[in-house]
Design a protein around this ligand. Structure first.
Ligand SMILES: [Zn+2]
Length: 153
């Protein structure tokens, strides 16, 4: 029995008998957001040349290097779709292997929810008219003016 004085407000976890560490808590399973590869966090570590562990993590499957926060952030399928959507302008789809990504979404049974949310987000962007739409609109405007007798020499 330890006679060490305890500070009530910062009780060390190891002194609490009710807390039992499980393998999951020490080395939680995480998922690479770039290829959906799932593995314990320890499999993503990068050991630097000086023997120390890098603050960044590397996916053993797709090789993407990322911050630990990216890997350990808890996200729902919808939140993940939002994350991908926000990343999209910075080249998310160019960066990843789309075949693998979409196959794994299917395998995890989350493809429908993911794509529904992704498409919903995409629908919220005000779309810029394309050049041909612009030309058509100009043409219609010109025809209208012509019909009203404007624009005739
Ligand atoms: Zn990966």
């Amino acid at each position: 029995m330890s006679k060490r004085r305890r500070n009530r407000h910062s009780k060390p976890l190891v002194d609490r008998p009710e807390v039992r560490f499980t393998y999951e808590e020490i080395d939680p399973k995480v998922m690479c957001p770039y290829c959906l590869f799932e593995s314990p966090l320890s499999h993503f570590k990068i050991i630097l040349a000086n023997g120390k562990e890098s603050k960044r993590k590397k996916c053993p499957d797709c090789g993407t290097i990322m911050f630990q926060e990216t890997l350990t952030r808890e996200m729902s399928v919808k939140e993940f779709a939002n994350w991908v959507f926000e990343y999209m302008p910075y080249g998310f789809w160019q960066k990843i292997d789309f075949q693998k990504f979409s196959k794994r979404l299917q395998e995890k049974g989350i493809a429908r929810e993911f794509w529904d949310e992704y498409k919903r987000l995409k629908g919220t962007i005000a779309r810029e008219p394309s050049y041909s739409e612009y030309m058509n609109q100009q043409g219609r405007e010109y025809a209208r003016k012509w019909n009203r007798g404007e624009g005739r020499e």
